[in-house]
Design a protein around this ligand. Structure first.
Ligand SMILES: [Ca+2]
Ligand SMILES: [Ca+2]
Ligand SMILES: [Ca+2]
Ligand SMILES: [Ca+2]
Length: 315
């Protein structure tokens, strides 16, 4: 009787263990999914090519595969490694700007699943949906679009406009850089996507309007705006109008008035004034060179030589 009871407990324990094993198997594993996606993407790229209409098509007669003509970017996102594949049909206007992942793009696009189901598109530069802030799009777009340049704007006789020499290509995006395990609408869980894109125009985003664009406020260039806080006041630079906490607004530290505070460096120490808390390197912090204590160091000029103290090493 006792032995029988023990056997029952053992069986029950084994059952519980195997149950939890099953749970583990069912749980979404983003690392494993990234590997699965990459295998599927490589297989897809090796079995498809760009036809004469510049569309993705199945290889039937030994055409040059997409795999042989795409570029690859290694992306680490949420600590998981991905490969983003992108095809460049045309890089864009020679004088055009590349967006950063922090900027806004005016773009045409068509989005497809690997089975060639189209799930979304914008085919007009004048539609309300043509401008998109990359930080609000899927990571695959944030990492993909910077490889292309905008086009040249043209105004047509009927006063409508368009773009020539647009950046054109296709982004092939693993699910982890798209809608992931949750999917979206008709995009099922863990779907790989590809987008035909045509980049018309780039607009740099400057969230705090201090003349320093968001991409430049990412001082350590790690792709994260939230961990750059020069004056440690808890407000990251991209949202802080006085990045170095010296009581002078960043846009007022643009001494030569060329619209770019990043190229004004009074003491030539390689740190531009707007993130330098001692602009003249005299050992006195700029905020402490406010002699009259009115909260504005720009109107204090002890030796009356026309150079305010905070920029004047001699006073
Ligand atoms: Ca800014
Ligand atoms: Ca700050
Ligand atoms: Ca400042
Ligand atoms: Ca100083």
């Amino acid at each position: 009787m006792k032995l029988k009871y023990l056997a029952f407990i053992l069986l029950a324990t084994i059952a519980v263990y195997s149950c939890s094993d099953d749970d583990d198997d069912d749980k979404h594993d983003p690392v494993e999914q990234a590997l699965i996606d990459d295998d599927l993407l490589v297989e897809f790229l090796k079995s498809h090519y760009i036809n004469t209409d510049k569309r993705v098509d199945t290889i039937l007669n030994g055409e040059t595969s997409l795999f042989d003509v795409v570029d690859t970017e290694d992306v680490t996102y949420n600590e998981i490694n991905y490969k983003l594949y992108y095809y460049t049909d045309f890089e864009g206007s020679e004088s055009g700007k590349n967006p950063s992942k922090f900027d806004s793009v005016q773009t045409l696009y068509q989005g497809f699943l690997l089975d060639s189901t189209k799930f979304d598109e914008n085919l007009s530069f004048t539609s309300s949906g043509s401008w998109l802030d990359l930080p609000r799009t899927i990571p695959g777009w944030q990492y993909g679009f910077p490889h292309y340049k905008e086009g040249d704007k043209v105004i047509y006789p009927d006063e409508t406009f368009g773009y020539e020499n647009t950046g054109k290509g296709i982004l092939f995006i693993p699910s982890g850089l798209a809608y992931g395990e949750f999917g979206s609408g008709i995009i099922a869980s863990n779907s790989i996507l590809y987008f035909y894109i045509e980049l018309g125009k780039v607009q740099f985003i400057d969230s705090d309007r201090d003349l320093v664009k968001d991409s430049v406020e990412d001082l350590d260039l790690d792709g994260d705006l939230y961990n750059d806080d020069t004056d440690d006041d808890g407000l990251p630079n991209y949202a802080d109008r006085d990045d170095d906490g010296d009581f002078i607004l960043t846009d007022e530290e643009d001494l030569d008035g060329n619209g770019n505070p990043a190229d004004d460096d009074t003491d030539g120490d390689g740190i531009p004034n707007y993130i330098d808390n001692d602009d003249d390197n005299d050992g006195v912090l700029t905020k402490d060179e406010d002699a009259d204590g009115d909260g504005d160091p720009t109107n204090d000029d002890s030796d009356n030589d026309g150079t305010p103290d905070y920029l004047d090493k001699d006073s």
